[in-house]
Design a protein. Structure first.
Length: 564
């Protein structure tokens, strides 16, 4: 029965561990972590080999900050089993645990080696949470060795994944991480913007540990830009929260920062009290060498500000000697190796980038060359086509111009010919009119003379002469020449007659006939003879015509009719 309970408990823990994305040990309550660790260490010996893998990984994770050597121990066993059973997810987790263990031990080359292996596996698996965690770990690795541009690159990529999945606590963590990088680069203005964004998110989540961390970081930035009032405000707020959650290690860092602020404010007593308080806490912590050295460094500055140069020197020597011990030759060599490795990686990436750029430039030049050749060919074809069109259009234009000139010449000749014909016919018409006038005059004179003859003796002769007069008078009234004259007028003066009738529709046929004869510049006597009327009748007709045409006495009737 007890074995069954153990099996069920182990199964439950394994499911919980595999169903959740990897957490960060700093996100957890230390007391809760210790309870969980004790439970896992009890279950581990009774679990099957395959079931051991998630338990080993979780134990290794909890040991990160407690005992990095044990992290390496448990993660190595988890890695071996995960490879044996082919569980890639647990293999990726074991590798990142090893990276963390070596990172806490400052063995950067091995940390980078395992971190990159984990990154490769987690990229293949495509779990955004696990991938983001590995990227974040590598970001902290580069942060620790001082390659801040690379650290920023990894943390920015992590932020993008957190924003993609909408995980607000992790987004806040990424904001804080990026802020720390900018703060270390002494770009406190930009760092503060990220810390504020992080604080805004975590205040809504009520994560006190993270709130204290963000406020501490903001206090450090304000201290660096010499805004001591705000630095004091945020650091004291962070200290108050840390006291509530009883996180001693973080409290030491806050106490150190506050002591520096009070030292700058000239409150030596308060500064020393804070340093003394932090010293008491440091003595209770394991793995406290670095924070102990920081305490000595600040104490050296404190005594220097108090003009106690002897104590300032003593504490500074403690700080310098301790730093020398921590930064051993072995660590220095490893750090140098890491820098060389990083530089080699950076150089390789630069070479790859330059090679890509060169290939792109070569392709670009080829495309430009091909494009230029195509443009030249197209331009030649277009110019050739345009030139042919121009030649064709020019030939058509010249031919059209030639035909137009010939047509105009022909039309000009025809017009001249018509004008000559019209002039000839007009003269002919005028001559005919004069001829009719003269002949009529002769007929009238003949008739008058014949009427004047007296044949008293010969009645029969007189009778014949009267008949002759009657006959000539009849022929005169129906004279064919007069009819032909009027017919020719209608043909030759058709345009004039049309315009005259259109403009003056109230004119009678006799008025129109008189207007034509006046236009031909016939005298009143000639008009009278042609129409077999008296000259007085012609003058009356002219007067009536002028009136209908709306002419004044000073207007010339002939000129008006010619210009119509």
């Amino acid at each position: 029965m007890n074995q069954l309970k153990t099996f069920i408990l182990i199964t439950f823990i394994c499911i919980g561990l595999t169903s959740q994305s990897q957490t960060n040990i700093w996100d957890e309550n230390p007391a809760d972590s210790q309870i969980e660790l004790d439970s896992l260490l009890i279950l581990l010996p009774t679990s099957e080999r395959a079931q051991k893998i998630p338990l080993l990984n979780r134990i290794a994770e909890i040991y990160w900050s407690i005992d990095p050597d044990k992290t390496i121990q448990y993660a190595s066993e988890a890695l071996q089993l995960s490879k044996q059973y082919g569980t890639k997810e647990q293999e990726g987790l074991a590798l990142i645990n090893l990276c963390q263990g070596y990172l806490f031990n400052d063995i950067f080359d091995k940390a980078l080696q395992y971190g990159l292996q984990s990154l490769e596996i987690r990229k293949a698996l495509g779990n955004d949470y696990d991938l983001a965690f590995t990227l974040r770990t590598l970001g902290w690795l580069y942060y620790d060795i001082g390659y801040l541009d690379k650290a920023l690159e990894y943390h920015t990529e992590t932020l993008k994944i957190h924003e993609k999945i909408g995980d607000k606590p992790r987004i806040a963590y990424s904001y804080n991480s990026i802020g720390l990088i900018y703060e270390r680069q002494d770009n406190c203005t930009l760092a503060l913007s990220f810390f504020k964004r992080s604080l805004e998110l975590i205040e809504n989540l009520n994560n006190k540990d993270r709130i204290a961390e963000a406020k501490k970081n903001m206090g450090i930035c304000y201290r660096k830009i010499n805004d001591l009032d705000l630095a004091k405000e945020y650091l004291e707020s962070a200290l108050e929260i840390t006291n509530q959650i009883k996180y001693d290690q973080n409290k030491v860092y806050i106490l150190h920062e506050l002591s520096i602020v009070y030292l700058k404010l000239g409150d030596f007593e308060k500064s020393y009290a804070l340093l003394k308080e932090s010293r008491n806490i440091i003595e209770t912590l394991s793995n406290n060498k670095e924070i102990d050295l920081e305490n000595n460094r600040i104490l050296s500055e404190y005594y220097l500000a108090k003009n106690n140069y002897k104590e300032a020197y003593n504490y500074y020597m403690k700080y310098a000697e301790g730093t020398s011990d921590i930064f051993s030759s072995n660590k220095s060599e490893k750090l140098a190796e890491m820098r060389i490795l990083y530089e080699a990686e950076r150089r390789e990436n630069e070479i790859k980038f330059l090679e890509q750029q060169r290939n792109l430039e070569a392709q670009k030049r080829n495309y430009i060359l091909i494009g230029s050749l195509l443009l030249v060919i197209i331009a030649i074809l277009i110019i050739g086509s345009l030139w042919n069109n121009i030649k064709k259009k020019k030939a058509l234009y010249l031919q059209s111009q030639k035909l137009s000139k010939e047509k105009l010449k022909t039309q000009s000749l025809e017009r001249e010919n018509l004008e000559h014909k019209l002039e000839f016919r007009t003269k002919e018409l005028t001559n005919l009119a004069l001829f009719i006038s003269q002949r009529t005059s002769i007929y009238k004179d003949l008739t008058k003379s014949l009427k004047g003859l007296k044949f008293t003796d010969l009645k029969e002769v007189k009778k014949n002469i009267d008949a002759l007069i009657k006959d000539y008078s009849f022929k005169f009234d129906l004279n064919e020449d007069i009819q032909r004259f009027h017919t020719n007028i209608e043909n030759l003066q058709s345009d004039f007659l049309f315009k005259l009738k259109e403009k003056f529709p109230n004119l009678t046929d006799k008025d129109v006939q008189l207007a034509v004869q006046v236009k031909l510049k016939l005298s009143s006597k000639e008009i009278a003879n042609i129409n077999n009327i008296s000259v007085n009748s012609v003058e009356i007709g002219r007067h009536r015509l002028r009136k209908k045409l709306g002419l004044d006495t000073k207007d010339n009737l002939v000129t008006f009719l010619e210009e119509l």
